[in-house]
Design a protein around this ligand. Sequence first.
Ligand code: AMP
Ligand code: MG
Length: 346
Amino acid sequence: MNHRLSFWLLASFLLGGCGQQLHQSNRIQWPTMGTIASVRCSTPEDAEAAKRYCETIFQRQETIFSVWDGSSELSQLNLTAGTGAATACSKDLSHVLVKAMTLCQESEGAFNPLIGPALRIWGFNGASPVHQQPGNEEIADALRLADWRQLHTIQSSTNSVSVQIPLQGMKLDLGAIAKGYAVDQAYATLKSAGCSNLLINLGGNLRAIGESGKDNGGWWTGIRDPFGKRQVFARFLLRDGEAVATSGNYERFVTIQGRRYAHIIDGRTGIPVRGMAGTSVVAPSAELADGLSTTLFILGVEKGTEFLTRYHPECRAIWIPDTGKETDYAIAGNWQPNQLEILDKP
Ligand code: AMP
Ligand code: MG
């Protein structure tokens, strides 16, 4: 089992509730999109039906957004880099790309969908293992290929944009936002199919429909303790329609000369973010929660709070800095009293 999958097997136990088995009567989980998905419903029949819907949707999203599958729409688009070709993207890819570019502009390149080459020089995304930290020149090259100001999307029809990737070697990576989008797709389909109480979880991207039981007001869910001192760091209430996403330095990382580097790279410097263990964001859509959790992980508490207040005041966030001390957490946004519980407060 690869490292990422084993992490999510553990995380999905925690984030989705207190499941002890892979297949509880009203909760089902299965591997998909390089991670673990789960659904929780009121009855086993509902869970089975919801899983079938989600499975089809997630498999389809993988054929669009995977950077591991050379035949995915995104991989094919990346092959056009530097050729001068402008490619009309599907509705799904167009939508996610435009959202990703918006976050990129808002964060002035901290969140950067052209992060692909920078990920590879640190040994991510299928690159050969790296034995020493990339040098300044290598980092400068990757940053040149991450120059998002050169990437333009042109509306080619109502739901589609055309993209010309200007430089050879540029590579789009939408791993920071595509899972959230997939969850929103599942959410919309399940809602229109009449599903009334359900919690969807795709690798730590959750969205709620209804509530877990009568008068519960939503679904209580948990954030894993990144320091592993207790199972759950905090619990909070996810209300009908709300979504939460978590970005963590423990999810995926490489070790170079004994030092761990996380898979989230600051798009402005080309260097993996240090000092942050985990960031979770509650938002009105899973796509926004996903994009923001990565952005705020990079920006950190101070800049991230300013960013949230300025661009996304409807959202709320929690940061757990990598100090080893759970008490060092920070929150921002519209948390309501009684909807966030930090466990084992000192
Ligand atoms: P998440 O777990 O949602 O925070 O997403 C992490 C993934 O986002 C990584 O595995 C990369 O595929 C991608 N990524 C890393 N750094 C960035 C960045 N600066 N901007 C956008 N995507 C990134
Ligand atoms: Mg994300």
